[in-house]
Structure formats: C-alpha cells, structure tokens
Design a binder for this molecule. Structure first.
Ligand code: EPZ
Length: 417
C-alpha cells in the first residue's frame, strides 16, 4: 500500500467517524510504564506510530495486547533495554519514553529520535528541563544516556511552549519527590489528556489546560482504564477536504471544543460549520474564499499540523492568501508538489508562503514527504480534475488509520494500491 490513487472532482457527502488521537495516545502509552499494574487504553488509533510505540513497550518487557476497542498494557516487568532502531529514529514521540523510563527505572538509553522532516526539531528543552529535576545526560555513539539518583521537583520556566518537553516534565514530575511547576507549559489538548490519564492512575496535577501546571510528585500510580479522545487533526483534515471539494459532511465525534481556531478559519474560507451532539457538520460550496493571512500558533491558535491542508484548500480560493508558519521552519515542502498540480504557491521565506488562488488543480503523480503534507496531497487529489497518484504513503499511515476508507465513506473515488 505504497501509493494512493484518487479520481478527483467529487463533492464529499455523508458522515465519517473520527479516530482516536495519535498525539494523545503516544504519551499515554509511554505513561503506562509508570505503573506496575495493568492499563487499558481504549480508542487507541491503529496507526503506524502506535504500532511503533507498542513495539518499543514490548522490547522493554511490557505485555501489550490489542483488544477490540483498544490496548491492554501490563507493565509489571520492565527491563533496562537501550531503545534504538527505526521505531525510535522514525518517531519523535519515542522521546516521551525518556521521562517515563526515568520515572520508572531512574535511567534510560535512547537513540536520538527523529520524526517527520519538519524543521530541525531540537531536544534541548527536554534535556535542560530534566537536568533541573536531577537527571544527568551523556551521549555515546548517537545514544543518549540519562541517569538520575532520584528525581526531584522544581520550578521550570519554559522559554517556548514545547508540547513534547511539557509531556516529559509531567511524566518525570509525577514520580519525583515534591512538586514540579511548569510555567509557560504548552496547552495543547493532548497534554490535558495525558494529565487526565495520570490523574485517573492516582497522580495529582493542578492547572490542567493552562500554561501553569503543578505536578504533585510521589503518589503511587495504579492501573486504570482510559479512553483516548478523538483526533482534532484528523477531524480538521477531513473538514478542510470538504471545504476544498464542496459538499456536506458530519465529522462524527470530532472534538469541536478543541477546534475553535479551525472552525474560525473554515468560516473565513466561506464554509458553514455547526456542532451537534454527534460532532461537527460542515457545508461548503467548493469555492473557498481567500484568507488575508493564516498564521499557525500554539494551541488555542490554528494548528501547525493543519497548515498544509489549509494551504491546499487556498489554492482554489479566488484571490491571494498568505500562510505563515510560526512553529516550524521547513514545513512548506508540500508547496512544490501542489505547484506540480497547477497551484501557484510562492515561498517568501522559511516561515511564509503566498498563494495565488483560484487555480483548478490537475491530477498528477506527487510524493508525500511527511505525514501532514501527505494528507494535504490527498486533499489536493480529491479537489483536482483527473487522476492523482500519491506516493510515499507510509508517512500518511503514521497518523491516519485508513484515510482511503474514510474518504470513500464520503463518496470519494480513492484507493490504496
Ligand atoms: C508535537 O511535536 C506534535 N507531536 C507535533 O505533531 C506538532 O506539530 C507539534 O507538537 C506542535 O504542535 C506529537 O505530539 C507527537 P514542540 P513536538 O516540542 O512536541 C521547538 C504531527 O503531525 N523546540 O511543541 O515535537 C521546535 O523546534 C506532529 O502529528 C525546541 O527548540 O513539538 C518547534 O519549533 C508533527 N527545543 C517548537 O519548539 C526543544 O527541545 C515546538 O515544538 C523542543 C522543541
């Protein structure tokens, strides 16, 4: 299933159920290491990144079993295995294992993690914060060696709201002696999900959902059952697709309360969105409006993970739009592929592109080079006249359970080959 073939030009209609959130599931799975009891994580998405995390947990000695509705993790036996190889290098969330293993065993050996090729993605904040909690680091032959004689709480002021660093501090903080406070914490809903999971294991955390978290360390954590929330980025991807193709779609289970900035951007693009008990409904004429400037920002701002999808839709909007990426550099790689489909996207600098819209995209062979850019190319294929072949699809499967099935349910002509 290396490529996706799409016959474009069909307005999307119907309803699609939104999968569990990748970026919530991954740190929660790492957090199961903090209890010696059995955990049951429901609504875990069946995606490549979760499979990679499961393989890492198994290597550490956990018994992980897929059940109908989720994953059962028995972490009673955890060894001190060095964590390297593709599952670590290819997935930046493996970094959560650092905080979790330090909390569980007092040490961790981890290959420098990778993830999607978007910007440099340094890990200095993770290391700096954990050092303040009593961890020492050394690096030998590409392996990060972390050790602590005992984690201790402290006050950490993050100079930028890094999602992963906030998660690592929380994971270490729940096992530390005394309280850890994080000022300037990231406020992404996936962090709140991790905190709620840890609370249900017995941890005490204050300030959830704000940029000042206080983690009261030292509580024994128990096994628990927890449902991963729906994926706001997958919901946003399908919402953008509907704006691009036109049509009327119900995004069943979409977390509307986490998507205010996305719904606002959808209304700028001329779509009507409303929420019901079932999720988010979206109706679009298929002729989106240009947006003067769309800027990605930390939550609750417009998410960087939907920037490529929005950019794709704006190629069909009458007029000129500016898209500004404020979180990562090098996240416009999709622009080149969109231009091969007839779009007119000009990159001004590492953080800004200008889109001259109202171009009818033409089907073409294009290559996904990262997860969200890949999903955006699928949207482009749905909007385009003729046939599009998207290669590099393993990137897309890292985050989307079955993007072809989901769009077929909405009437699209799309298959993976
Ligand atoms: C998380 O990545 C998400 N990944 C990303 O989603 C998402 O794009 C990103 O947050 C921003 O929302 C997961 O949750 C698994 P950051 P993360 O640390 O934690 C800089 C997707 O498509 N920084 O908040 O790696 C960094 O370079 C993915 O699902 C440092 O300088 O992001 C960036 O400019 C891709 N030093 C900014 O902070 C550090 O030590 C935000 O990064 C850490 C980060």
């Amino acid at each position: 299933m290396d490529s996706i073939h799409i016959q474009g030009g069909i307005a999307l209609q119907g309803k699609v159920c939104i999968q569990g959130s990748k970026n919530a599931a991954l740190p929660i799975l790492a957090a199961t290491l903090l209890t010696v009891e059995q955990s049951y994580i429901k609504n875990c998405p069946r995606i490549a990144d979760v499979y990679a995390m499961v393989s890492l947990l198994r290597r550490l000695g956990c018994l992980v079993t897929w059940r109908e509705d989720g994953l059962s993790v028995d972490s009673s036996q955890v060894g001190r295995e060095a964590m390297g190889g593709e599952a670590v290098k290819g997935m930046r969330s493996s970094l959560c294992l650092l905080g979790a293993l330090l909390g569980r065993c007092g040490e961790a050996v981890l290959e420098h993690p990778g993830g999607c090729v978007i910007g440099e993605r340094p890990i200095n904040l993770h290391l700096w914060a954990l050092e303040q909690m009593g961890v020492t680091f050394s690096e030998e032959e590409g392996m990060i060696q972390a050790r602590t004689a005992g984690l201790h709480g402290t006050r950490i002021v993050l100079p930028m709201p890094s999602v992963g660093a906030t998660e690592n501090i929380i994971l270490a903080g729940v096992m530390a002696e005394d309280d850890t406070s994080i000022e300037g914490a990231a406020k992404e809903p996936e962090i709140a999900a991790l905190c709620r999971y840890l609370q249900s294991c017995g941890a005490e955390i204050d300030g959830i959902g704000t940029d000042r978290l206080v983690i009261h360390g030292g509580n024994k954590l128990y096994g628990t059952e927890f449902a991963v929330p729906s994926d706001r980025i997958v919901a946003g991807t399908y919402l953008m697709a509907c704006i691009g193709t036109g049509g009327c779609v119900l995004l069943e289970g979409a977390p509307a309360d986490e998507m205010a900035a996305v719904l606002e951007a959808a209304s700028w693009m001329g779509a009507s969105c409303w929420t019901t008990e079932e999720g988010i409904c979206i109706q679009s004429s298929g002729c989106p409006k240009a947006v003067e400037r769309l800027t990605t920002l930390p939550y609750p701002g417009f998410p960087t993970d939907l920037q490529s999808a929005a950019l794709t839709v704006l190629t069909a909007a009458e007029g000129r739009s500016i898209v500004e990426e404020s979180i990562f550099e090098n996240r416009f790689r999709v622009a080149q592929e969109l231009n091969r489909m007839g779009a007119c996207v000009e990159q001004l600098d590492a953080h800004t592109v200008v889109v001259q819209g109202a171009k009818q995209l033409r089907g073409a062979e294009v290559e996904a080079r990262e997860l969200r850019g890949g999903a955006a190319l699928v949207i482009a294929g749905l909007m385009a006249r003729g046939e599009t072949r998207v290669t590099g699809c393993p990137y897309i499967y890292r985050g989307y359970e079955n993007i072809c099935r989901d769009f077929r349910e909405l009437g699209a002509r799309i298959v993976s080959v």
